[in-house]
Design a protein around this ligand. Structure first.
Ligand code: CU
Length: 359
């Protein structure tokens, strides 16, 4: 009995040792894949808004209308060295976060350029998370000397639609944290913003559409008509990964969901909820890291679903999907990713075959 126990405990301690080694290896791999801590920081601060006043907002108003939204830009910030942005953070000074309707980080090609004309490197929406982190080995690559700026619209309707206070000296900021060249980031992400909008009433930069009176779970679609200057739908020109997604809609105007589709098959759904039930305007739409393999020629579209129980149309509804895409999975990233890409692509193709086309 004694001997058996001894033998048992020996094999047990050997097994425990093996388990411990495997466990520690997994931890080490997870830590390694988490990436080098950020060592570079660039902060872009908006111009100061001396007084942000509240206003009344109805279903007949758009955020982009004069006296509703307040357009805001920033002084230009020059990036001092090549930088791989690993995470982003949006903050507000002297006002609650909810006063930002949207904020774009843009390239200012020339001093004094019209920021609104630039395609954003990143877009934040009122209901989207205030921080973003990119999975290693991806990041936003910004070369030394790049000039960055903010292109934002503040919106401060009175409750229950928004905060509606009077705020002095309001500033909004975006903080970029990252690492220099030669660290563990080598796969640059590109931002796309497929969106739903009504081509008969606007160009897509405004990106609004009308929800008819009495609409019940009505779905509105992005178009897929080339040319595609503002990304109403996106056709991928290379194999790659979608590595991060998030959505913006107007749950306070009856938005129920935003869906993304690859070649017509739904790949992602975002819904909104209040972060604080006692605060009617505290809407949050979750977003985050995803790993969705895409193939050259795949088409990404978006839809959003609204209900409008009132007898008046809602003219400023929105539905957008922010997507970070990393091209070329084979030559730049480590073999396990390439293998996974091939496997998951095969899986997606199989799923597409059996999926009921939704469009
Ligand atoms: Cu909006």
């Amino acid at each position: 009995m004694k001997i058996r126990t001894l033998a048992h405990s020996k094999s047990f301690s050997l097994a425990a040792g093996v388990v411990a080694v495997v466990f520690l290896s997994i931890i080490a791999i997870l830590l390694a894949s988490h990436g080098t801590p950020p060592s570079l920081t660039v902060v872009v601060r908006s111009n100061v808004v001396p007084t942000l006043a509240p206003h009344t907002h109805t279903s007949a108003d758009r955020v982009s209308d004069n006296s509703h939204g307040l357009a805001l830009s920033s002084p230009t910030v020059e990036v001092p060295e090549d930088m791989w942005v690993t995470d982003l953070e949006i903050t507000t000074e002297n006002a609650p976060q909810g006063i930002i309707h949207h904020m774009h980080l843009v390239r200012m090609e020339d001093e004094g350029a019209d920021a609104d004309a630039q395609y954003p490197l990143f877009a934040y929406g009122q209901d989207t998370p205030t921080t973003i982190r990119f999975p290693s080995p991806t990041g936003i690559f910004i070369p030394k000397g790049e000039k960055l700026g903010i292109d934002a619209v503040l919106h401060n309707p009175i409750p229950p639609l928004g905060e509606g206070g009077v705020y002095k000296d309001v500033v909004i900021t975006i903080t970029l944290r990252g690492v220099p060249n030669g660290k563990d980031r080598n796969l640059p992400v590109v931002f796309h913003l497929p969106r739903v909008f009504d081509e008969t009433t606007n160009s897509g930069r405004d990106a609004t559409f009308t929800v008819p009176a009495g609409a019940l779970h009505e779905t509105f679609w992005s178009t897929n008509n080339p040319p595609d200057p503002v990304g109403t739908a996106h056709t991928f020109v290379e194999d790659g990964w979608i590595v991060h997604m998030g959505a913006h809609s107007h749950p306070w105007e009856g938005a129920e969901r935003v869906d993304a589709y690859l070649n017509g098959a739904r790949i992602k759904t975002y819904t909104s909820h209040r972060t604080d039930e006692s605060i009617p305007w505290s809407w949050q739409t979750e977003g985050g890291i995803v790993l969705i393999p895409v193939r050259k020629g795949d088409v990404l579209t978006v839809s959003t679903t609204y209900s409008n129980p009132t007898n008046k149309p809602i003219v400023g509804a929105m539905g957008l999907m922010g997507v970070f895409y990393a091209p070329d999975p084979h030559s730049l990233i480590p073999p396990p990713y390439a293998f996974r890409w091939t496997f998951e692509r095969w899986l997606y193709s199989a799923l597409e075959l059996i999926n009921v086309r939704v469009r």
